[in-house]
Design a protein. Structure first.
Length: 126
């Protein structure tokens, strides 16, 4: 995926959009989008910004300056799929130096080992 056109097609398909849907979403003619996707023309900056916004990516990805096609999270924004407390744990973990990160991981392993028998026989009473 080396060209702007290839990247637009990749993202459009990932968003499950037709050419016509994307063209209308960024307020251009479908024929213009087709020309961009086929690398016959390069979109101007304004169009690149609209494409990036609608396709939830960055202009750097579209231009081939980055291989990361997902927008980075804003400062303090938690990734989707995790709770606020999990986000806080991750943030705190990342502030630790490498040695203390290893200690945290070892402690988690120990807690999981201690917890395992309790979850296997919850009605045992021991």
């Amino acid at each position: 995926m080396n060209t702007i056109g290839e990247r637009i097609v990749f993202l459009r398909e990932e968003c499950d959009m037709s050419q016509k849907e994307l063209a209308y979403a960024i307020d251009i003619a479908p024929t213009s989008l087709s020309r961009y996707e086929n690398n016959l023309y390069e979109p101007k900056a304004e169009i690149l910004l609209r494409l990036a916004s609608v396709l939830d990516t960055t202009s750097d990805f579209l231009l081939g300056l980055s291989d990361t096609h997902k927008k980075p999270l804003a400062a303090g924004q938690k990734p989707p799929g995790i709770t606020a407390s999990e986000h806080q744990l991750l943030s705190s973990y990342r502030k630790l130096d490498r040695e203390n990160q290893i200690r945290v991981l070892e402690r988690i392993d120990t807690l999981l080992e201690v917890q395992a028998p309790k979850t296997q026989n919850p009605g045992n009473g021991k």
